[in-house]
Design a protein around this ligand. Structure first.
Ligand code: NAI
Length: 245
């Protein structure tokens, strides 16, 4: 299938985990891929891997740094002259219960998971507006919809990202640019592996479908918005195995 043939897709935080799977899935729909990550090594390795099956460039980028973002967008425009899909995926966790949550942990998560989308989307929407087409997909979280113990910073950032998604949808619909969010549940990546076996077991007991999600489960939802949903905008799709609390 090549629904995204000749289209250019940027995936932030695509050196590993969910972002890497999203990049691979968009590539298998025919897109040219921009692998972008703060981790230069991961960025390089993943782009080398994906370049075996399509056109890929690696651009190291820190999504909290406006200058770094501008450099990335300039590199993509120089190489391919267009941007059709932006996936705001890069994110971190700095968990703690509310009373123990430090301002540093709060701010780091707001900066990396929310303000980053504002910063990256701005130059990309300038390009998409001129093209009068584009797909923005933001990776939120079920935590942003329902809250979660120990994640007030993350929940606030992801809820903010959902509000951002819906507003961009309204402001850019007239230019045929859609903006949607995918809200993953509990997905098997290095981020969740850090929680340790005991915690993972506890989560698993609560998931109706009885397993953790895979990065590919999330990638399929992103491909839907990016390639198969021209009439869907401003929506949040939870991909969570039935875990709604
Ligand atoms: P991960 O930690 O495995 O991968 C995140 C990637 O983002 C890493 O390669 C990292 O280097 C990169 N990154 C971190 N800070 C960055 C920055 N400032 N600039 C550029 N890149 C940066 O995490 P995972 O699990 O793949 O998460 C991806 C997205 O999915 C995140 O937004 C996360 O919040 C979200 N998510 C993940 C869930 C899960 O269960 N794994 C559940 C719900 C949402």
């Amino acid at each position: 299938m090549s629904k995204l043939a000749d289209k250019v897709a940027i995936v932030t935080g695509s050196g590993r985990g969910i972002g890497k799977a999203i990049a691979a899935a968009l590539q298998s729909e025919g897109a040219k891929i921009v692998i972008s990550d703060i981790n230069e090594e991961a960025c390089k390795e993943t782009s080398e891997e994906l370049s075996k099956s399509g056109e890929v460039i690696a651009v190291a980028c820190n999504v909290t740094d406006t200058a770094s973002i501008e450099k990335m967008v300039a590199a993509v425009m120089e190489k391919w002259g267009r941007i059709d899909v932006l996936v705001n995926n890069a994110g971190i966790t700095r968990d703690d219960l509310f009373m123990r949550m430090s301002e540093d942990k709060w701010q780091a998560v707001i900066d990396t998971n929310l303000t980053s989308a504002f910063k990256v989307t701005k130059p990309v929407l300038k390009v998409m507006s001129k093209q009068r087409s584009g797909r923005i997909v933001n990776i939120a979280s079920t935590t942003g919809v329902h809250g979660n113990f120990g994640q007030c910073n993350y929940a606030a950032a992801k809820a903010g990202l959902i509000g951002f998604t819906k507003t961009i949808a309204l402001e850019y619909a007239s230019r045929q640019i859609t903006s949607n969010a995918v809200a993953p549940g509990f997905i098997d990546t290095p981020m969740t592996a850090a929680l340790g076996e005991e915690n993972i077991k506890k989560y698993l007991e609560r998931i109706p479908l009885g397993r953790m999600g895979t990065p590919e489960d999330i990638a399929a939802a992103v491909v839907f918005f990016a390639a198969y949903a021209p009439y869907v905008t401003g929506t949040v799709l939870e991909v969570n195995g039935g875990l709604y609390t």
